[in-house]
Write a protein that binds this ligand. Sequence first.
Ligand code: SF4
Length: 232
Amino acid sequence: MTGKIHSFQSLGTADGPGVRSVVFLQGCPLRCACCHNPDTWDFNGGENVSADEIFRKIKRFKNYFGKEGGVTVSGGEPLLQPEFIIELFTLCKTDGISTAVDTSGCVLNEKVKEVLKLTDVVLLDYKYVTDELYKENVGCEKAHVDKFLEYLNSQNTDTWIRQVIIKDLNNNADSVKALKELKKKYNCIKKIELLPFRKLCIEKYKNLNIPFPLAETEETSKAEIENLEKFL
Ligand code: SF4
């Protein structure tokens, strides 16, 4: 079984618990205004790599994972390649490697449910708290993501909610308070991470000749994130 792979990060600490290898899968149906990986969108891009080959790569870094770390599949939208993840995660599980999926939560089907059975932590990119913002800045209905979250809760799957904080869109107390309410409602949510909006991706957009919708928006400061975290 091969997957369409965008890139492989040997070790990182930004995508789930502990130190992790991150596999970025190619292809995404959404068009988030804040996307910092537009080069992962094209389903025809990427490189075909077998699950076995990726697993062997991951295994080389196993000693660095410690108790909490492991592997995260990200993207793009990784859950559009469920068969590949099922094979990769099955190999990881037999070797005692912890698994995480970083997803927009826009796809839920029987194959995705099989992936989730093999997933220790879901990093759910819950991008906004209103449907209006979802429609304008993501290109999908928020209801899909809520359905996904409800399913995670029904399965008691450990979930981290992640939200990029963007000026004039969601950098306000009400939005963060709504995330807090979400955590009260769903026991599966173990953590909420507020992430600063950054524009490091601007060169990628230029190279791809794609307009970056938030080119004029200011980056979010660490102080603003800390201030908003108080409402959690
Ligand atoms: S879901 Fe992720 S990869 Fe897809 S457009 Fe949004 S931020 Fe980019």
